[in-house]
Design a protein around this ligand. Structure first.
Ligand code: AMP
Ligand code: GLY
Length: 425
């Protein structure tokens, strides 16, 4: 089987390496890939953009590609799946209509309302003055969200009226481009966040192991929001009983509501949840793809061949798959970032020590890296994911952090407290 993976982050390197564990997978082609996929056996990077639909389609038909796996949300929201499906190429990832669950928060809220899915109360605004008048009468903190895709930067949890007004003005003066021409103002939820990444082919639903991300840049979950600074799986807060409730109250009604809108949704339905204090799950947001870095902490525990899972999902045969097998272990993932991330940072610095880290038994999934003249260089804000599995979280984190010590690059930044809630408990 030959597979194309679209994207260039840690998620895509993790997907690629997991696919290649299976002897059934002959070769993986990454579009455009990163330094990690460039140095993985049986894998090669293609000099195509993830938005070059005709180029990708042509490559797939010329090379008898069996499956295209779409990593990021952007090509999904631009309709890559619709484009390739017209050429009879199986695609893991929803159509443009299905991707609206992530690309329009207002659309997702309306879907949740019709399906009766528990979520924060929200109002939608297309006018700054009306939005400002609304927050002046509301309770603080309050959450201001750009409607469209804003690379994880479109959400402000405002603790003061001034911060809420500034977020509203920023959105309506074009900070997020067209993504901010409509905003949501949302009730603030409290509790613990977890990510549930569920596979669905539009009918059957199979949740993967639960995971917890660490979105903030600073220790103790402080400072700016990032794409995610570390993760672990499975999240002990998601008991079997809670997982059943999540399936019944959130995942099943969402897939049914999508089907009622004529959407056959095939790929990942990612529910970002707040487990509110009595233990009730509420949706913060839905995404239409795997979480990054959550999936880097989930895939090392997977035993079932990944290509079977993704192919069954893409071709509507998920019900025939049977239960997914997992290792009876836990997994820790620490993200190493460039100095300055999530703000501005410098590219091009040399990265060393990956072989040493892997010799300690850790897995290094590369993210913002590129290979140039046999040197590995920084090419993005989140640079590497250091991942370790073990029988307890204490040991898994100890192994991951020991491997972190092997890595070197100028200005390397990471959180030293990934898993802090868990390890304290
Ligand atoms: P999102 O891009 O929607 O995932 O939001 C980014 C982050 O903002 C989430 O992971 C939460 O930490 C926070 N957030 C978003 N919406 C809410 C809400 N209604 N209440 C509290 N925190 C929120
Ligand atoms: N780690 C959060 C996300 O992928 O959206």
């Amino acid at each position: 089987m030959k597979i194309v993976v679209l994207g260039s982050g840690g998620r895509e390197h993790a997907i690629t390496r997991t696919l290649l564990r299976s002897p059934q997978v002959e070769r993986v082609f990454c579009v455009p890939g990163n330094g990690g996929t460039a140095t993985t056996d049986r894998c090669e990077n293609l000099a195509l953009g993830a938005d070059d639909f005709p180029g990708i389609g042509q490559f797939c038909s010329d090379n008898h590609i069996s499956l295209v796996v779409v990593g990021p949300e952007l090509p999904l929201s631009q309709g890559i799946t619709d484009y390739l499906q017209q050429q009879q190429i199986p695609v893991f990832g929803p159509t443009k209509a299905g991707a609206q669950i992530e690309s329009s928060k207002a659309w997702a809220k309306a879907l949740m309302a019709t399906a009766g899915i528990p979520t924060a109360f929200a109002s939608v605004f297309t006018d700054a003055n009306m939005a400002i008048a609304y927050v002046q009468t509301g309770k603080l903190p309050i959450v201001v969200k750009a409607d469209g895709l804003a690379a994880g930067k479109g959400v402000t949890v405002a603790t003061t009226l001034a911060a809420a007004e500034a977020a509203i003005s920023a959105a309506f003066t074009g900070k997020f481009g067209a993504a901010g021409s409509q905003i949501l103002i949302e009730e603030c939820l409290y509790g613990q966040e977890v990510s549930i990444l569920a596979l669905t082919d539009g009918q059957a639903i199979i949740p993967l192991l639960s995971a917890q991300d660490h979105k903030r840049i600073g220790p103790g979950d402080t400072g700016a929001n990032t794409g995610g600074m570390g993760a672990y799986a499975p999240a002990p807060i998601v008991t079997p009983n809670l997982m059943q409730r999540i399936e019944k109250e959130i995942l099943s009604p969402a897939v049914r509501a999508l089907a009622d809108r004529g959407i056959v949704y095939r790929g990942v339905l990612y529910a970002g949840l707040m487990i509110t204090p009595p233990g009730d799950p509420k949706v913060i947001e839905f995404n239409c793809r795997f979480g990054d870095p959550e999936i880097q902490a989930i895939l090392p525990l997977l035993e079932t061949p990944l290509e079977e899972i993704l192919y069954a999902t893409a071709t509507g045969r998920l019900a025939e798959l049977g239960p997914i097998a997992w290792k009876n272990e836990v997994c820790a993932c620490v993200v190493l970032a460039a100095n300055g991330y999530p703000g501005t940072y410098e590219k091009g610095k040399v990265i060393t020590g990956i072989d040493l880290a892997e010799a300690l038994g850790a897995i290094v999934f590369q993210a913002g890296t590129r290979l140039q003249d046999r040197q590995l260089l920084i090419d993005g804000g989140r640079v590497l994911n250091i991942v370790a599995t073990d029988s307890t979280f204490k040991q898994a984190f100890a192994r991951a952090y020991a491997a972190v010590d092997c890595i070197g690059f100028e200005g390397m930044y990471y959180r030293q407290d990934i898993g802090h809630r868990l390890l304290k408990a």
